[in-house]
Design a protein around this ligand. Structure first.
Ligand code: FES
Ligand SMILES: [Fe+2]
Length: 456
C-alpha cells in the first residue's frame, strides 16, 4: 500500500515532475531503427515521457528526435518534408537539422540573422544494434549508454507492444513472479512438464518463499520452491533503474533477455522485450541440473504469443499500426475488445484465462485502471519484491531531487546482469551463491565446473 502522494510521485513522468526529471537522466530506448527504414523516410510521431516528438532519419542516415510543434507558429513537423539533412515545416518552410538548429528560414529576408536565434527542442539519439536510444536529460554531454547485455548482441531480437496503463503497474507485473503459474500457466499440470523444469516444480507448489534484496542499481528477487529431495529451485530476477526488468523464467547463465517499460505518457507504456529467445534443446541445463522444458499445451493460433498462424493455418495479425501518437505496436487483442477472451477456453481450462498469451499481462494491469490507486491494495508475502522496488525508486527519486546523480547513470557496467533459475541445496541463498552468474562475471561453463567441484 502506498500513500496517494507517493503513488503520484512514482507514476507521473511528464516534464517538471520528480520522476520525469529522474528518468530523463537516463538514456531511453525510443524506437527501432527499422521503424525509420531509410534516409529521408517518413517522419514518425513518437510520444516519450509525456512529450510529443517527431522522429526522423536524415539524408545521411542520422536519427533526429524533435519537438512536434514548429518553433515558428506551432504547426506539426509530422507533416514536414524530410529532405537534404533536415525536416522542413510545410507551413512557411522553416527547416531544422537533427540537432534542432534552424538551417533555413525562406520566408525571412536573406540578410536576416533571425534563424540563428531559433532552435527547436531536439534530443540526442544514438543507435546500437537496431535500437535507437534518446537522451532527454539535463546534461549537455549525455552519459554513456548502459551496457544492457541483451542490446550488446549484434542483431539482438526486439519485440514491442503498447500497453495502455501507467508504466509502474506494468513493470510491477514482471517482478511479480508468482503470477506466472496462475495467469499464464494455471492450466498446466506436473504430468505434462519435464522433470527438472520450472513447470515441473511450480505446478507442484504454486506458492513459495519469496526473497528480495538490493543491488547497486535496483533490486533482485527470488521465488524459492522445493525441487528434488534436499534441494530447492531458485527462480531469480531483477529490477534495474529506472524501468528495466530481467525476469525469472529461463536458465541462469544462458538466458540473455530483459524488458524495458518505457513510459510514453502517464497512461501508456511501450513494453520492450530485448534479447535472445532462441529455443533451447529440451535437455539443456544449468546449475544443479535445472532444465529448459516449458511444456506448452496451449492451443496454437491466436493463443500463441509470437507464432504466426491459427489452427486453420491462417496468418494471425498481432498488431495494428497507425501513425497516431499511440499507434505503434497496438495489440489486436486489447482492452477495447476484452482481449478477445474465449470463455469456453477459460471454462474448459484450455488456458487459465481464455485470453491470448500476448494480452494476458495487459489484461491484468490495464484493468487496474490507467493509474492504479495503490492506497487500495492489500499486499501479501509474495509481493515483497514490489515493496522493495518501490522503496528503492522512492529513495532514488527523492535523492535526485536533492541533487544526487541517479544510480547507474555514470556506471554503464552495472547493467551487465542476467536472470533465470538454478537448483541448489536447501539452506543455500541462491542470490548470493549465484552472484557471479547474476552479475555476469563468469561464463556458465566455468562457473559450473567450479560449483560442481565444490559439491564433490
Ligand atoms: S509554423 Fe512552421 S514554418 Fe511557420
Ligand atoms: Fe506475466
Amino acid at each position: 500500500m502506498l500513500s496517494q502522494e507517493d503513488n503520484e510521485l512514482l507514476c507521473r513522468v511528464g516534464p517538471g515532475t520528480p520522476m520525469g526529471a529522474f528518468m530523463r537522466e537516463y538514456w531511453l530506448p525510443a524506437f527501432m531503427a527499422s521503424e525509420l527504414p531509410e534516409p529521408d523516410s517518413d517522419p514518425m510521431r513518437l510520444r516519450l515521457l509525456g512529450e510529443n516528438l517527431i522522429a526522423f532519419r536524415s539524408t545521411s542516415g542520422k536519427f533526429g528526435l524533435i519537438a512536434n510543434n514548429c518553433p515558428h507558429r506551432g504547426a506539426s513537423l509530422f507533416f514536414g518534408r524530410n529532405e537534404e539533412e533536415g525536416l522542413r515545416c510545410v507551413y512557411h518552410g522553416w527547416k531544422f537539422d537533427v540537432a534542432g538548429n534552424c538551417v533555413d528560414m525562406p520566408n525571412e529576408p536573406a540578410e536576416s540573422d533571425f534563424k540563428q536565434k531559433v532552435r527547436a527542442v531536439a534530443y540526442p539519439c544514438q543507435e546500437r544494434n537496431g535500437i535507437v536510444w534518446a537522451y532527454m536529460g539535463s546534461r549537455s554531454e549525455p552519459p554513456p549508454l548502459p551496457e544492457w547485455l541483451p542490446n550488446l548482441e549484434p542483431n539482438c531480437q526486439v519485440w514491442m507492444r503498447l500497453q495502455e496503463s501507467n508504466w509502474l503497474q506494468a513493470l510491477e507485473g514482471d517482478i511479480d513472479t508468482v503470477h506466472a503459474f496462475f495467469l499464464h500457466g494455471g492450466h498446466q499440470q506436473t504430468k505434462d512438464a519435464l522433470r527438472g523444469s520450472d513447470a515441473y516444480y511450480i505446478t507442484q507448489q504454486r506458492h513459495g518463499k519469496f526473497v528480495a534484496q538490493e543491488h547497486a542499481v535496483g533490486a533482485s528477487y527470488a521465488a524459492v520452491r522445493d525441487a528434488e529431495p534436499g534441494t530447492e529451485y531458485w527462480r531469480m530476477g531483477h529490477f534495474l533503474m529506472p524501468f528495466y526488468t530481467m525476469n525469472a523464467p529461463g536458465l541462469l547463465g544462458i538466458k540473455n533477455q530483459s524488458l524495458a517499460w518505457v513510459p510514453l505518457d502517464d497512461y501508456n507504456t511501450m513494453v520492450w522485450t530485448v534479447g535472445r529467445q532462441a529455443p533451447l534443446a529440451p535437455e539443456t541445463e544449468t546449475v544443479g541440473g535445472f532444465k529448459a522444458g516449458y511444456v506448452r499445451r496451449d492451443p496454437l493460433g491466436k493463443y500463441d504469443p509470437y507464432g504466426g498462424r491459427n489452427a486453420d493455418g491462417v496468418p494471425v495479425r498481432k498488431f495494428e499500426h497507425t501513425t497516431d501518437w499511440l499507434g505503434r505496436f497496438r495489440p489486436i487483442a486489447n482492452q477495447h475488445n476484452d482481449y478477445l477472451i474465449d470463455r469456453d477456453l477459460q471454462r474448459t481450462m484450455g488456458t487459465y484465462s481464455g485470453i491470448p498469451q500476448i494480452a494476458q499481462d495487459a489484461m491484468a494491469q490495464e484493468s487496474m485502471g490507467p493509474i492504479y490507486d495503490r492506497t487500495q491494495e492489500r499486499l501479501g508475502t509474495s509481493d515483497v519484491m514490489i515493496i522493495r522496488t518501490r522503496r528503492k525508486l522512492l529513495d532514488c527519486v527523492r535523492a535526485h531531487a536533492r541533487g544526487a546523480v541517479p544510480p547507474g547513470v555514470d556506471n554503464p557496467e552495472l547493467y551487465r546482469m542476467r536472470s533465470g533459475g538454478v537448483i541448489v541445496e536447501r539452506g543455500i541463498n541462491g542470490l548470493d551463491a549465484m552472484a557471479d552468474l547474476l552479475f555476469d562475471r563468469v561464463p556458465l561453463a566455468e562457473f559450473r565446473e567450479r560449483w560442481e567441484a565444490v559439491a564433490r
